[in-house]
Ligand binder design. Structure first.
Ligand code: PEP
Ligand code: MN
Length: 272
């Protein structure tokens, strides 16, 4: 069936070949599988340094960590801010990892881009059009998370804002959507992976951590995502999840689980 599309630059009709984003030699898109791992939030220099070491040792390529956290309630920990960007940049450099961090407002795009290799737009900001427009004015790669109630068409139109501004380096991230199910935090929409790859040439990354909200589901959903053709994963891992500063410890892997998962994924990736 032919569906009419309101986006253009994000569409595979416009750009038949897979987009491959090359960041300092790490290729994202096409046949490559990129693994991003790290805590929900940057907490201290020691915390991010130790987790960076473990991500690298396990075979990951990108260190994740939020310095600015979009919290549901205003009294929750909001992130350590610019200091966190510096801590993460240092840990990334020391351990030879790229870094990804969330940016929430247009005003902070430049400072986040100064310290991080990839900028993340969170689910709550997928349709923050001023933020998307600002991200279109730079060349730093952007990982755009799907809004938790966004359709594929709305998601691709959000990506279109960044592309239309002149930044071609966009990856799409499926991180779960809101459904009637309450057992999981969100419902990871695995179908989104092949559908988005069919509709678009942009790399598709899966986030099984926010997609499930439960540690024990991260491994099977990571594997399912890779089997479905994901170009990469973004996974929360923490050395002390029970005492993490956001509530996301419950979905964070322990370092040994993270390492075991990456070993299995290596084998799985050869099959797909
Ligand atoms: C995160 O990655 O920690 C995060 C807040 O993700 P999301 O925007 O998908 O909830
Ligand atoms: Mn999180």
């Amino acid at each position: 069936i032919k569906i009419s599309k309101s986006y253009k630059l994000a569409s595979r009709d416009f750009h038949p070949d897979d987009t491959i984003i090359d960041i300092k030699g790490v290729k994202i898109g096409g046949d490559n599988l990129v693994i991003m791992g790290g805590p929900c939030a940057v907490e201290s220099p020691e915390q991010i340094d130790e987790i960076a070491r473990l991500v690298k040792a396990a075979g990951g390529q990108v260190l994740r960590g939020g310095a600015f956290k979009p919290r549901t309630g205003p009294y929750s920990f909001q992130g350590v801010g610019v200091e966190g960007l510096k801590m993460m940049a240092e840990a990334g450099k020391k351990h030879g990892l790229l870094t990804i961090t969330e940016v929430m407002t247009p005003e902070y795009v430049d400072v986040c881009a100064e310290y991080a290799d990839i900028l993340q737009v969170g689910t709550r900001n997928m349709q923050n059009f001023d933020l998307l427009r600002k991200l279109g004015t730079i060349q730093t790669p952007v990982l755009l998370k799907r809004g938790f109630s966004a359709t594929y068409d709305e998601f691709l139109n959000a990506a279109e804002y960044i592309l239309a501004g002149g930044n071609p380096n966009v990856m799409l991230c499926e991180r779960g959507i809101r459904t009637f199910e309450q057992y999981t935090r969100n419902t990871l929409d695995l179908t989104a992976i092949p559908v988005l790859q069919d509709l678009s040439h942009l790399p598709v990354i899966s986030d099984p951590s926010h997609g499930t909200g439960r540690r024990e589901l991260v491994e099977p959903m990571s594997k399912a995502s890779v089997a479905a053709g994901a170009n990469g994963l973004i996974v929360e891992m923490h050395t002390d999840p029970d005492n993490s500063m956001t509530g996301d410890g419950v979905q964070s892997l322990f370092p040994d689980q993270f390492a075991a998962l990456l070993k299995d994924l290596e084998k799985l990736a050869e099959l797909v």
